[in-house]
Ligand binder design. Structure first.
Ligand code: PLP
Length: 424
């Protein structure tokens, strides 16, 4: 069966035909894809068409699709059984890799998704401080946990839903939302609610309103003001950990959050999340401490094997310089192509994550991200797709470059993008 037939059936048995909203292509129009295979930097759809893939499963696949070492580790784990429900050696080994690699993390707890990681991190922060409020930033996405699904960027922004039905006002009212990169707004929130703020949660490099870089000093300011008021600082590094450097944005910028949330790359393509931090905080988690959090399949051996193999390759190869220069080539190339055609744009990039905004305004927060012309984005997306380049089907997302995107692949992608833009 081809894309259309499969998606027709999907639409009858899955809400919107999907298991996660942005996959339905509602923001860009046209028929959604059903993908059947991936290898290295490429994917194939159910009609047999090939695409150079910058969606990369929304971030986990920093080594590209079906990396041989990851597959080998998964096969080895598979042969020993799928789940035990007690501690297995893979959990121990990957935990060591995380603790050694991520500067502020002394201990880590594995869960099954990024959402679970942020949810558990916020509970821990509330449990440790005995306070109720969470401060987050407009346009930052931390998964679909009730307390954090307020002004939450991509999925929500894409559909223009103000928050979502199903979250009681009482819960939403315990979340304070201020603009990203805005120190004054943070100061004001702290001067009003400071004694009751359990934590500040932030994507240290925002990726879910499109890529937005922290202004110089902004993250350091968050570190200081949270210390001053006795609140905890949570870095949501679900995208950035092992992406912008092995130790995440905290290593890149030299910062020291209290709790770090991980996901995506840490599972190597299987469903894994994690949260970790200093021992004095993590020992408050059950069973060592009183803050309850559990999971039947948490630390699943097959998932841990995929994550462990991914982290091992990254640690050994340290591909971050290479990823940085290739993504810079891609960003510069796309910018030149759009400039030649006189299309207003701004490209934001940190390491191997980037977003092309269709605006000539500097994008520093969600307000400025929204100045992007989403009609132009939709046409750009569909035109790229016709030429065999897959990017995320929403303006407010990041493109991801993997180690499988060689110089040649980037060159080929730019060639296809140039043809696509000619037809725009
Ligand atoms: C993807 C993402 C999440 C949620 O992770 P899921 O595995 O989709 O639940 C949380 N925070 C950030 C920054 C993310 O990009």
């Amino acid at each position: 069966m081809g894309n259309r037939d499969l998606f027709d059936i999907a639409s009858k048995v899955l809400p919107g035909g999907v298991n996660s909203p942005v996959r339905a292509f509602k923001a860009v129009g046209g028929d959604p894809l059903v993908l059947v295979r991936g290898e290295g930097p490429k994917v194939w759809d159910a009609d047999g068409r090939e695409y150079i893939d910058f969606l990369a499963s929304w971030g986990p696949l920093i080594l590209g699709h079906a990396h041989p070492k990851v597959l080998e580790a998964v096969r080895e784990a598979l042969d020993r059984g799928l789940s035990f429900g007690l501690t297995n050696p893979y959990e121990v080994e990957i935990a060591k890799l995380v603790v050694e690699g991520v500067p502020s993390v002394d201990m880590v707890r594995f869960v099954n998704s990024g959402t679970e990681a942020t949810m558990s991190a916020v509970r821990l922060a509330r449990g440790v401080t005995g306070r109720r409020y969470v401060l987050k930033f407009e346009g930052c996405y931390h998964g679909h946990y009730d307390s954090l699904l307020v002004s939450a960027g991509s999925g929500v922004a894409t559909f223009g839903i103000p928050g979502t039905p199903g979250i009681p006002e009482e819960i939403a009212s315990m979340t304070l939302v201020v603009p990203f990169n805005n120190e004054e707004a943070v100061k004001e929130a702290f001067s009003r609610y400071g004694e009751d703020i359990a934590c500040v949660i932030v994507e240290p490099v925002a990726g879910n309103m499109g890529v937005v870089t922290p202004k110089e000093g902004f993250l350091g300011f968050l570190r200081e003001i949270t210390r001053e008021y006795g609140s905890l600082l949570i870095f949501d590094e679900v995208i950035t950990c092992f992406r912008v450097s092995f130790g995440g944005a905290q290593e890149l910028y030299g910062l020291d959050p209290d709790i770090t949330c991980m996901g995506k790359i840490v599972g190597g393509g299987l469903p894994v999340g994690a949260y970790g931090g200093r021992s004095d905080i993590m020992t408050r988690v059950a069973p060592e401490g009183p803050v309850y959090q559990a999971g039947t399949l948490s630390g699943n051996p097959v998932a841990m094997a995929a994550g462990m193999a991914t982290l091992k390759v990254l640690k050994e190869e340290q591909p971050y310089g290479l990823l940085d220069s290739r993504t810079e080539d891609l960003a510069r190339g796309v910018s030149e192509i759009l400039s030649e055609r006189g299309v207003p744009h701004t490209v934001n990039r940190v390491g191997s994550m980037m977003t092309v905004f269709f605006t000539d305004v500097e994008v520093v927060d969600f307000e400025t991200a929204k100045t992007s012309n989403t009609d132009t984005f939709s046409r750009f997306f569909r035109s790229l797709l016709r030429k065999g380049v897959l990017i995320p089907p929403s303006q407010f997302e990041a493109w991801f470059v993997s180690t499988a995107h060689t110089d040649q692949v980037i060159e080929e992608a730019l060639h296809r993008i140039e043809e696509a833009v000619r037809d725009l």
